[in-house]
Design a protein around this ligand. Structure first.
Ligand SMILES: [Zn+2]
Length: 135
């Protein structure tokens, strides 16, 4: 399962708040759905993705706080990954569209916050410098 899928499955912060309210008790999947606002489909996908459940014969139970813990942890891991991806480049780095990765570059021109230069492999690059690097 990709990161994007989990992100969409774990929903917005509204769902998170509701999940945090789950109690230290067993819920049926239907109860989880009505308590958290997750759809049946999303809950099913979360279980496939590893959400903890308790199987008892044909019945499936979900332990409220265990589910909440897993949910919060999974959601956090996803946000952390997202943070790493969107981390701004270091002052001497730029995302080169030709190299398709972050590379060192030499600045040749600066106009306010727009920095232009040459990537370490000789491609023309430019980036918006973050406000704190300008000062
Ligand atoms: Zn390049």
């Amino acid at each position: 399962m990709t990161t994007t899928n989990i992100k969409s499955l774990t929903g917005g912060s509204g769902t998170l708040q509701l999940v945090k309210r789950l109690l230290n008790m067993r819920y049926t999947p239907d109860e989880i759905i009505s308590e958290t606002g997750l759809t049946r489909y999303k809950l099913g996908e979360l279980i496939k993705a590893g959400a903890p459940i308790i199987r008892e014969g044909r019945r499936v139970w979900i332990h409220g706080t265990s589910f909440a813990e897993w949910f919060i942890e999974t959601r956090k891991t996803v946000s952390d990954k997202k943070k790493i991806r969107t981390d701004p480049c270091a002052p001497d780095e730029v995302y080169c569209l030709v190299c398709k990765e972050r590379v060192k570059y030499t600045e040749t021109r600066r106009e306010n916050r727009l920095s232009s230069g040459i990537c370490q492999w000789g491609h023309k690059v430019s980036k918006i410098v973050s406000r704190k690097d300008v000062e």
